[in-house]
Every structure is written in C-alpha cells, then in structure tokens.
Write a protein that binds this ligand. Structure first.
Ligand SMILES: Nc1ncnc2c1ncn2[C@@H]1O[C@H](COP(=O)(O)OP(=O)(O)O)[C@@H](O)[C@H]1O
Ligand SMILES: [Mg+2]
Length: 392
C-alpha cells in the first residue's frame, strides 16, 4: 500500500503512532509533577528494560507532559567514561533558558548561569563553556570540583530559580547505566537533597534492566529516591492497539489471522511491532492486510533486522566475543533469558576467569548485561535466536 501513508515508526527513539500500554507511567509522572508544583514531596521515575521496549520514547513523552504542565526541561544521554558534569550543565542550561524567556527575573537567570558556568568550567581540561553566552563565572558555588558537593548546590539553585518562576524543572537522563558510578552517586546525593526540601526539581532516568542495581550500588538509599518501572513487552491488548489504532486512522484493517501472525512475530516488543507492522503495510496491496501479507512482510523485516537492529551490534563484536554470544544463545536454546557464567564456561570447556575479558568488553559494548552476579543476559530481545541462526 501507499508507502507515504505507512503509519508505523520503526527505529530507536522514533515516536510511535500509538504509544500503547504506558498509561501507568504517564499517570504516575503527572501526579509527581502536580505534587512538586505545590511543594509536596514526589519521586522521579526510573525506567528500565531491554533495548527496543520504548524507554527513550517514553522519556520523551514524559518530557512533553512536563512541558505541558509549564515546567522547564532538559535532557541528556549518558556515555561510558564520560562525566555527567557537562551534559548536566547543558541540560540545566536548556531548562533555564526556557525560564528566562518568560516574564520577570531575567537577571536572576543570568545569575544562575554564572554559577552554571563555574560548575561547567570545573570539568577539567576538556571542560568549557559552550553556550556562546557571555556571563561571568561566579566563583564559590558549585565549583569545588567534587561533583557531589557541586551538584547539590547547583540543583538547589536551579530549583529555587524555578520555584521563583512558579514552576519546576524536570531532567531526563537516558542510557543512565553508562554513567560513571561516582557520578551516579553524586546524582543520587543531589536528588536526595532535593527530596529533603520538596524542591521542584525532578530527575527521570532510563536504562538497561540492571539500572536499578547500578544505582543501588552507587548509593544504597537510591532505592528510596525513585519509583522503579520495568518497561517490558506489551500485553496482547496493548500490542493489538499499537497495531490497529494507527491502521484505523488510515482507514485500513487487518484480518484476524493477519493480526494474530503479527502479534506472534512481534512477541509484544514495541520495536518489532513497528518493524513488522510497517513491513506488513508495505507488503499488502489491498485492504484488509491479510495473513499472507504479514508473513511476506515479516520475512522482509527479518532481513532488515538482521543487518540493522541485530547486525549493527553483532558487527561490533570480535571473534572471541561472538563465540561467547553464540555459546549464550546455545545454552538459552535461542530464547531470551539469563545464563550462569559458570554454565557458559562449562559449555565452552573453559575456566570462568578466562572468559571474563570477553564478558567485560561485551558489557561495555552494551550487548550483554548482568543483573545478578554470575549471570549474563542479552540486552537485545530475540538476540539469542539471531545469534543461533547467523552464520557470520
Ligand atoms: N508503547 C509503545 N507502543 C508502540 N510502539 C512503541 C512503544 N514504545 C516504543 N515503541 C516503538 O519501539 C521502538 C523502540 O523505542 P525506543 O524508545 O527507542 O526503545 P528503547 O529506548 O527502549 O530502546 C520505536 O520504533 C518506537 O516507535
Ligand atoms: Mg533508548
């Protein structure tokens, strides 16, 4: 059918035509924003889940919700070995610029930017002030060089500024599991301070399934700072809506057995719902979309996933790492799940310690994660099936 009207949106961070099954998180965050707006305590959300379940998209939607409530917002994506200092400075700059565009107190915002500049310049040799804005760095606040101390002060100033504008600030932090542990510890300390004073500054994060473990390891009280939400596969009802609502908007339907085939192939994973839905649309010539259209589409989409979604990650692995991945897939019999590293060693006839280098680099490359000591799991759904059947 007409490709221009294909409603589906496969791709990382692509806003889906219908954001299905995330009502609880959206409603929960709405309550938090409303509570903080009137000086009541409220906790930020931590979203965790496999790749392709819709964390980034949900983070974006929560941000839109904060903006609709008149809040100032900023976002960042954490990277391995990169301090949060500069990305946080940028996110806070974005947020406070929204404030400065509103009535009164533009000079107060500039005053905050002076503190922000000092904070940012403390980053070290690669640190800098990249905002093309001439304010004097004001020394003596948020510039000690100790991120924990500095962030506590910076957040306090930012929250006060927002409060004086009768609003709040929401920061959205993606891929948070990649942030350096020390920075996560500093972040938790700053969030903790905000909570003590019910300040209108909230941090919302997203990351891989082990994000809660990583945060708790950074600061043991992290479990009380946020509400934790496992972002998972959509149930059958939500997955059905994710497919049929966008089609209905285009005046198109799908046969019952076609829908069934789509649901089975996608297995509830948002990324696959978009990929297979899109491919089924392209394969169909007539309304309704039939089961044959779906099956042809799934075959097309699988070829694309094998080079894109799966292949792009597979390409990053060395030969030794691929051996490790295939062994995981064999033990899992092509299904998703966690593997004991001891079983993996036995399966490969190796000592566990000798496999640690491959495990560590695969972790750093974001292909696997460990939620519990002594286990590993794929970060990408259906990767086990892919690894079993790829002959690279
Ligand atoms: N609730 C949802 N319903 C339908 N599709 C969704 C939903 N959430 C995400 N998607 C789709 O899933 C894909 C992956 O979303 P993304 O947010 O990048 O996942 P993640 O950040 O968890 O890896 C995108 O194509 C997006 O359009
Ligand atoms: Mg993402």
């Amino acid at each position: 059918m007409e490709p221009r009207r294909n409603p589906f949106a496969p791709g990382a961070g692509q806003r889906p035509p219908e954001l299905a099954g995330r009502e609880a998180e959206l409603a929960g965050f709405g309550v938090v924003v409303d509570r903080l707006s009137v000086g009541r305590p409220g906790r930020g959300l931590m979203l965790s889940g496999l790749r392709g379940v819709g964390k980034t998209v949900l983070l974006g939607e929560l941000r839109s919700q904060a903006i609709a409530s008149g809040w100032a917002t900023g976002k960042l994506e954490a990277r391995l070995d990169q301090s949060l200092r500069r990305p946080l400075a940028t996110a806070l700059f974005t947020a406070t610029r929204e404030l400065s565009a509103r009535r009164r107190a533009a000079d107060r915002v500039r005053g905050f930017w002076g503190v922000l500049k000092a904070f940012s310049l403390t980053a070290g040799p690669d640190g800098g002030w990249a905002f093309g804005l001439d304010v004097e760095a004001s020394r003596g606040r948020a510039d000690s060089g100790d991120l924990e101390i500095d962030l506590v002060e910076l957040f306090a100033d930012a929250a006060e500024l927002a409060h004086d504008h009768d609003t709040g600030i929401a920061l959205f932090l993606d891929e948070l599991q990649d942030a350096p542990p020390r920075d996560l510890s500093a972040l938790c300390a700053a969030v903790h301070e905000m909570g003590q004073s019910s300040s209108p500054l909230v941090v919302v994060g997203a990351g891989l399934p082990h994000l809660p473990t990583v945060l708790t390891a950074a600061k043991s009280y992290a479990e009380r700072l946020f509400t934790y939400h496992l972002i998972d596969r959509l149930d059958r009802a939500s997955a059905t809506l994710a497919l049929t609502v966008p089609l209905a908007r285009e005046g198109v339907t799908v046969t019952d057995d076609g829908l069934d085939a789509l649901l089975v192939a996608a297995d509830g994973y948002p990324y696959f719902l978009q990929a297979y839905g899109s491919a089924a649309w392209d394969a169909a010539t007539l309304d309704p979309i039939s089961r044959d259209d779906v099956l042809a589409g799934v075959q097309e989409a699988d070829a694309e996933l094998a080079t894109g979604f799966f292949g792009s990650r597979w390409e990053r692995a060395t030969t030794a790492e691929r051996t490790y991945l295939v062994a995981m897939a064999e033990l899992l019999d092509g299904r998703d799940g966690a593997v004991a590293t001891a079983d993996l060693a036995a399966h490969l006839g190796r000592r566990t310690a000798s496999l640690s280098p491959a495990r560590d680099t695969l972790r750093r490359k974001g292909l696997i994660y460990s939620e519990q000591r002594g286990t590993v799991a794929f970060t990408v759904p259906h990767f086990a099936r892919f690894a079993l059947h790829t002959d690279a």
